[in-house]
Design a protein. Structure first.
Lengths: 494, 312
């Protein structure tokens, strides 16, 4: 027990119906301490975060604030006790301007503006409507708002998930500074490099229980992964078994000189059957527009797209789908029917193809659906509604269903955002398997380390242009990062 | 400056449309003058209050199907009270009654978690029954000065009825809009989860918003009593008309966006259109078709303009 302890949650339990989300979770933070909260998807992290911040009330257990039992029944009460969260989804109101959002939480304006500058956002006006601002900016504003209210404990939930690298650095720096001044920080993240750089301790959750409390020191990653997974992983098994299909000779999709006003100026590349083509880009380099264009959401302003040798002009997503180009959006909620079962969601692309209805086909398709369910390792819950699955498992469904259906070209936009290490490592093989079946996969990820794990080649997009196409196999993170910043290898050597 | 225009573009457009329609009316009927304007404003009075109430609940992300019934309860209560006591205390009692009825609607929605549309549909019948219990058939009386107050014009070129709408709405809405409660109403309608996480007492905010709606319905009931001089227990055609004006007035169904000025101007537009069609001796059946068409057309044009603006 520490005299400077600010928050101490222990024995927290919470059930939703028959599902035990938390059994015995505990966590404590002292003044000046940054504690990482880690756990695989489904370990109960988000439930725990909600309980600590008052968004949910626990069935059991107690929360002590500065040694006194506290009843944190709502986010407003949590704020009053000095506990301010920055959630994964910004909690700013889209239809209000920035000033009204500050009034809503009684946040003083001057320190807020100071923090906004400190965190590297320029040219923000208090009369800007929040709904018009980009996601990365919103997250920074959310953090600035939290800091301006001078919290005792700051809770950051996947704070860096949607941020470009320069902003990530600022956030980490500011967090460290504030901790040095005595603020306690709970840092929820999947990113080991950030945790080892920033945190003092790590609390690890597994199956709703706190299974370990680690001091951050070199080599702690292995111990943390071990605790999260509940078993010793030998190093070899952590390497993704990268199967290679035969890559075809004729390109399935040729993107030639595509421009999409205003962000994309010149993008050209070929995608071959059996290939996973990575996209390396910092936030907002035009990759969003490129994917939307390839998926038929909007036409290019210049250039052409060829699919199987014919030039196509997608005017509607249906055109893209008819040409065999399927898009898996970054937001899982856009891709799934949340209230239907896993089984139905996997079978959905089948039933969407009206022409192939019939008895024999039905049986054949059912087998393939069953196979896909086995493959996804979420078997027992396949009858349940998709919305009851964790985010990582939902994402497995959005990708895995194309294994069952078969797909010529698949566009995956940041499929692993906010997903834990274990599920990520189950997603790469799914992607590889698709390629093995002969699909062409375009794979954008905001986490560069995934490029060599999942891709064959990678196009580097910087400022709306393709600046390089690199061999993903031999790309280390540093090379990729330099490329993403628009620095070529030659310049680096000079 | 351009920011202010941009944020109020919809209202500005409605004002322009209203002006065009007034000029058109004058062109069709050269004798249309102050008395014509006064009668349009008087007829608009109960519609405007129903619309103001509806706008508040739509902004908070709900809907209230019982506005017309609440107005009927308030109208008969006013007529019964005013037969027995002075005008001012009767008005205060009726306003309090409206507020409480609204709080009951909101409280039921928040506490039972039954969807707002279901709760207020049920309350539509409940309040209708209450109105008939208070006064079985049209009757009672309205204080004389109240009846006179909505006639004529004290301020030159501004009908009293219009001034009363402006005054009542301003007195209730402007302080509310500026307060933290007002921001909470918009926040709740815009994104309930984010509002909750920002520490807004979402449930309480909703209940108060329904209370404010009830109070506007009380104003509406009082205006009905003043218009007719008696209390009429059967609800008038204010439900659909108020939803129409709210939509036309730039309040987004689903919540979070819009204000009260737009919907009230929209009420005037819809009344003027009706006047014009009457002046042109258009078949009343065709009139409703034209009104509906105008609504869809204006909202479509407005949305297209907004989208184009956003793309730029």
């Amino acid at each position: 027990m520490n005299a400077n302890q600010i928050l101490d949650a222990s024995g927290i339990a919470k059930s939703f119906g028959a599902v035990k989300a938390l059994v015995d979770a505990s966590l404590s933070v002292s003044e000046g301490e940054i504690v990482a909260l880690m756990g695989a998807n489904g370990a109960g992290k988000s439930t725990f975060v909600k309980i600590i911040t008052g968004a949910l009330t626990p069935d059991n257990g107690k929360v002590l604030i500065r040694g006194k039992q506290a009843r944190v029944g709502s986010p407003a009460e949590a704020r009053r006790s000095g506990l301010v969260p920055v959630y994964q989804e910004p909690s700013l109101i889209p239809d209000l301007d920035v000033a009204d959002n500050l009034r809503l939480t009684d946040t003083p304006i001057a320190p807020f503006e100071r923090w906004v500058k400190e965190l590297g956002i320029e040219g923000l006006s208090l009369s800007d409507m929040v709904g018009d601002l980009p996601l990365a900016t919103l997250r920074i504003l959310d953090l600035a708002r939290a800091l301006a209210s001078e919290p005792d404990v700051l809770l950051l939930d996947e704070m860096t998930a949607a941020l470009p690298s320069d902003l990530v650095e600022r956030v980490l720096k500011v967090t460290r500074q504030q901790a040095d001044k005595g603020m306690g920080v709970i840092y929820v993240s999947h990113r080991f490099n950030e945790i080892s750089e920033l945190c003092d301790r790590a609390t690890v959750l597994r199956d709703g229980q706190t299974v370990g409390d680690l001091v951050i020191e070199p080599g702690v990653e292995d111990r943390a992964v071990e605790l999260m997974l509940g078993q010793r992983l030998d190093l070899a098994a952590r390497e993704v078994n990268k199967t290679r299909g035969t890559i075809g000779d004729t390109p399935r999709v040729r993107v030639k000189g595509v421009a999409i006003a205003p962000k994309v100026t010149d993008i050209s590349f070929d995608m071959f059957p059996g290939e996973v083509l990575g996209v390396v880009a910092l936030e907002g380099q035009g990759q969003d527009e490129l994917f939307e264009c390839l998926a038929g959401f909007m036409p290019p302003t210049a250039g052409s797209i060829e699919v199987n040798g014919t030039t196509t002009a997608f005017r509607h997503p249906a055109d893209a789908i008819a040409a065999g180009v399927k898009f898996v959006p970054g937001d899982r909620a856009d891709a799934l029917l949340a209230q239907r079962s896993v089984r139905e969601n996997i079978a959905l692309p089948f039933s969407a193809r009206m022409s192939s209805w019939g008895w024999l086909k039905m049986r054949h398709e059912r087998e393939r659906v069953e196979h896909a369910i086995d493959r996804l390792q979420i078997d027992t819950r396949a009858q349940g509604e998709v919305q009851r699955l964790s985010g990582g498992n939902q994402q497995k469904v959005t990708i895995g269903r194309w294994l069952a259906t078969g797909v010529e070209t698949l566009l995956l936009f940041d499929p692993t955002r906010g997903i834990d290490v274990r599920t990520k490592r189950q997603i790469y093989p799914l992607v590889r398997e698709l390629a093995e079946q002969g699909s062409s996969v375009l794979f954008y990820t905001s986490e560069l380390e995934e490029i060599p794990l999942a891709c064959d080649r990678a196009v580097v997009i910087f400022n709306g242009r393709v600046v390089d196409i690199i061999d993903a196999e031999n790309a280390d993170e540093q090379t990729l990062l330099r490329a993403a910043y628009g620095l070529t290898a030659q310049e680096g050597a000079a | 400056m351009s920011d202010i225009i941009k944020k109020n573009a919809w209202v500005a457009g409605l004002v322009a449309l209203l002006f065009v329609l007034l000029v058109l009316t004058k062109a069709i009927q050269p004798s249309f003058g102050m008395s014509g304007l006064e009668s349009v404003a008087r007829a608009a009075l109960p519609f405007a209050f129903a619309t103001a109430g509806m706008a508040v609940v739509v902004i908070v992300g709900g809907i209230d199907l019982s506005v017309a019934s609440m107005m009927a309860v308030c109208a008969v209560t006013a007529a019964v009270l005013m037969e027995r006591m002075a005008g001012v205390p009767a008005i205060l009692i009726v306003l309090g009654l409206g507020f409480v009825m609204g709080l009951i609607n909101g409280g039921l929605i928040v506490l039972t978690r039954v969807p707002d549309i279901v709760v207020t549909l049920a309350m539509l019948f409940v309040w209708e029954g209450v109105a008939l219990l208070i006064l079985e058939s049209p009757g009672g009386a309205t204080t004389e000065w109240l009846k006179q107050s909505i006639r004529g014009s004290v301020i030159p070129f501004v009908p009293n009825a219009l001034a009363i709408i402006a005054l009542c709405v301003a007195v209730v809405w402007i302080p509310l809009r500026r307060s933290k409660l007002g921001i909470s109403i918009y926040a709740t309608g815009s994104d309930e989860l984010a509002a909750f996480r920002s520490g807004v007492a979402v449930g309480r905010t909703k209940i108060v918003a329904y209370g404010v709606c009830g109070m506007f319905c009380a104003f509406g009931g009082l205006s009905l009593a003043s218009l007719t001089g008696i209390g009429e227990p059967v609800p008038g055609p204010y439900l659909m008309a108020s939803v129409a004006a709210v939509v036309l007035g730039g309040v987004v169904l689903g919540g979070g966006r819009g204000g009260l000025l737009g919907p009230i101007i929209a009420v005037l537009i819809l009344r003027i259109v009706r006047t014009i069609l009457t002046l042109l001796a258009v078949d009343p059946n065709v009139t409703t078709i034209i009104e509906g068409t105008i609504m869809v057309g204006v909202v479509m044009l407005g949305t297209a303009a907004t989208l184009r603006g956003a793309r730029k």
